[in-house]
Design a protein around this ligand. Structure first.
Ligand SMILES: [Zn+2]
Length: 233
């Protein structure tokens, strides 16, 4: 399990292959939550940009809640574990140590192009009065610019709404493009006002051959297993 935000004394991580499949890890978390009175929330991902706010009302669903049609979650409640699953798509974690609010988002190429992380930061600011300059973010392990090969249609989808993303693309001799999704998500966070020094980009690519023992990769292996990203106050 890779851990983040340890300096803030909150629990945040991204599972690795030896930890097992996301399903089993989340089930174990739900069993723990049953004992401790906590709640485990799962975003049922649709590659969209909707963020769900987990408030007191959600606690009636203890110990487990699956939220339909959403790719991000935010809360300021303790003992609530926000989770998303990943098979190459980029996890983005956010924490505001001043307002004690957390957020998580799932950003594949479509979610990245539609700015799901911008929405995540916006929701934290609207709901918990966070200031972007106080928010710390992690752009977690996911498919890197080394492996994320796409065709013109994806390139056009990005550049039509955000011409600056061209900077994060490289055209190969065979006409295909490589896109740096982590770099784009990082820049989107900065556009929202998150300070560059408060953003950590995990360099791990889930799809590289060299990470076969560490990560499941949908693109590399067409496997059904996923990694679990989670954050909890
Ligand atoms: Zn790679």
């Amino acid at each position: 399990m890779k851990k983040y935000f340890e300096e803030f004394n909150i629990d945040c991580g991204f599972s690795q292959r030896p930890d097992g499949n996301s399903l089993d890890i989340r089930n174990a978390m739900a069993r723990e939550a049953e004992v401790s009175g906590g709640l485990v929330v799962k975003a049922n991902l649709v590659h969209g940009i909707d963020i769900c706010i987990i408030d007191e009302e959600a606690l009636s669903e203890r110990p487990y809640l699956a939220v339909e049609d959403c790719d991000g979650l935010v809360t300021n409640l303790k003992n609530v574990t926000l989770t998303t699953t990943h098979g190459d798509c980029i996890p983005v974690f956010a924490y505001d140590p001043k307002k004690k609010a957390i957020g998580i988002a799932h950003a594949g190429w479509r979610g990245t192009a539609d700015c799901v992380v911008s929405n995540l930061i916006y929701c934290m600011c609207e709901e918990y009065k966070c200031k972007p300059k106080d928010i710390h973010a992690v752009v977690g392990p996911g498919i890197g610019a080394c492996c994320f090969e796409v065709d013109d249609d994806v390139v056009d989808y990005f550049t039509e709404s955000m011409p600056w993303t061209e900077e994060y693309m490289a055209r190969r001799s065979d006409g295909k493009y490589l896109i740096d999704l982590k770099g784009i998500n990082c820049e989107l966070l900065e556009v929202e006002g998150v300070k560059a020094e408060n953003i950590f980009i995990d360099p791990d690519c889930t799809c590289c051959e060299s990470s076969k023992d560490l990560y499941f990769s949908y693109r590399r292996d067409k496997c059904e297993e996923r990694m679990l990203a989670y954050i909890r106050l």
